[in-house]
Design a protein around this ligand. Structure first.
Ligand code: F6R
Length: 450
């Protein structure tokens, strides 16, 4: 607000949506997102809900809900300005897909401890006592972040032995919260501003749970309200469809699993060291997976006119199927569904005919043979099969119309690789169909309303 009586004074207030002040040289900037001020300054002051700030040429003052002056910290943005430019890429989504070898590396950087086979997560703020007392983990998130949570359930149960529940934040917040001692709530959010996820953590805290955030945007509301957390350090994600944040969320969940698994002695040193070594090799494997792009571009040409698509997977790759279907529908407007592969025979199999492309997630893992028999069921009904499988796996040409092979890696890590062909497929189909890839209709990057 600018008052006529004093046009040198600007008054801003935070209510509902995020708000920050950029502190420049001889200027102040007000924005809802740090990326908007990055070209002018790296120093930002995040306002809390209910804060009012008064800006004049002499400086700024922040008043809290009670109208008393507040000291709000000036944060330094560590984002690189280049991340806000398209460079040689046609769209931010493609740029962000291609950045994944680096962004996965940034999520891991400085956190792996080879000798102890563990992860150092200083920001988590969980003492050894806290870690020992955890009896139940509840993961909350929305959309792509919820899919990462489903992958996280497999990872955390496997590495820590703790039972995990995964909840849509929007559903969880309106249910009765049971006070279960020893509950740790894990909120996953790229933006750190999603209204439903924010309210879910408030509800969890009111029921006595500790809350940790897996968040990308430093200083965002969820990051500040959580008791601790793991920043993704994936850099700003501009494309509305989330890509690099998803792979970094899975890597952060692997780090959390490694840390808790070692602290609780569910994972011995040797197993921890093996996982550390596998995580260290992940950025290179992501880079190799990106070399599949020409194949996915060609597949997109063949399937750009599809009206429906089915994505099927099992275990950690069931949520990848959901994520592949979400990517396709949100940017290309093709109706797509993700399903656990074995559930298909309980209904969706009725949809399969010669017009239905079916994307199978079939990496080499403990359910590989079962997935092949699900593929057989689709083939017998004339569906077109695109199989995302692993290099060195047997020949699938007798079953699949197309084979896309990602590098081999331990099954628990495979979602980081298998999702990349699905991101590229959705991207190239949307481009073929002339869609506005970075700004799909009806969608916003941060959903700050419920
Ligand atoms: C899909 C997508 C959304 C977000 C969801 C949660 O590509 O981006 O489904 O994942 O709105 O957003 P965050 O992670 O910011 O809480």
């Amino acid at each position: 607000m600018i008052s006529d009586a004093d046009p040198q004074k600007i008054v801003v207030a935070r209510r509902g949506s995020p708000l920050l002040i950029g502190v420049g040289v001889g200027e102040y900037l007000v924005a809802s997102d740090a990326s908007a001020v990055l070209a002018h300054t790296r120093s930002v002051v995040y306002l809390d809900e209910g804060d009012v700030a008064v800006l004049t040429p002499e400086g700024y003052r922040v008043l809290g809900r009670d109208a008393r002056p507040q000291d709000r910290l000036v944060d330094d943005l560590d984002w690189d300005l280049d991340t806000l430019a398209l460079g040689s890429h046609a769209h931010f989504m493609l740029k962000e897909i291609c950045e994944q070898p680096e962004t996965v590396g940034h999520t891991l950087r400085g956190r792996l401890v080879g000798v102890d086979g563990t992860a150092r997560l200083n920001g988590l703020n969980l003492s050894p006592g806290h870690c020992a007392r955890i009896r139940r983990i509840v993961i909350v998130g929305c959309g792509t972040s919820w899919h990462a949570g489903l992958v996280g359930r497999c990872i955390l149960e496997e590495l820590t032995g703790i039972p995990v529940e995964v909840e849509y934040a929007s559903e969880y917040r309106y249910r009765r919260q049971l006070r279960v001692p020893g509950t740790l709530t894990v909120a996953i959010s790229q933006s750190g501003e999603t209204a439903d996820t924010l309210e879910a953590i408030r509800a969890a805290r009111a029921a006595g749970s500790m809350v940790v955030g897996l968040v990308n945007v430093v200083g965002s509301t969820i990051a500040r309200e959580a008791d601790g957390g793991i920043y993704l350090h994936a850099g700003p994600e501009i494309g509305v469809a989330s890509t690099k944040a998803f792979t970094s969320q899975i890597v952060a969940l692997l780090l959390l699993g490694l840390h808790l698994g070692r602290r609780r002695e569910q994972l011995d040193v040797e197993d921890g060291q093996r996982l550390v070594a596998a995580l260290r090799s992940l950025p290179d494997l992501v880079a190799r997976t990106l070399q599949l792009e020409p194949q996915l571009r060609e597949l997109a040409r063949q399937y750009a006119d599809a009206r429906n698509a089915l994505y099927l997977g099992r275990g950690v790759n069931f949520p990848v199927a959901l994520e592949g279907a979400l990517k396709l529908k949100e940017i290309s407007y093709i109706h797509a569904e993700g399903y656990p592969a074995a559930e298909m025979k309980h209904g969706p199999i009725a949809l399969i005919d010669e017009h239905m492309p079916v994307v199978f997630l079939a990496p080499k893992d403990q359910v590989y043979a079962k997935t092949l028999s699900n593929m057989q069921e689709v083939k017998a009904r004339g569906g077109h099969i695109i199989a995302i499988t692993t290099e060195g796996n047997g020949d699938l040409r007798h079953l699949a119309d197309h084979e896309v092979r990602v590098p081999a890696c331990p099954p628990l890590l495979s979602a980081v690789l298998t999702v990349i062909p699905l991101q590229l497929l959705a991207y190239h189909i949307a481009v073929q169909r002339g869609c506005d890839v970075d700004r799909p209709r009806n969608l916003a990057k941060s959903v700050t309303v419920e």
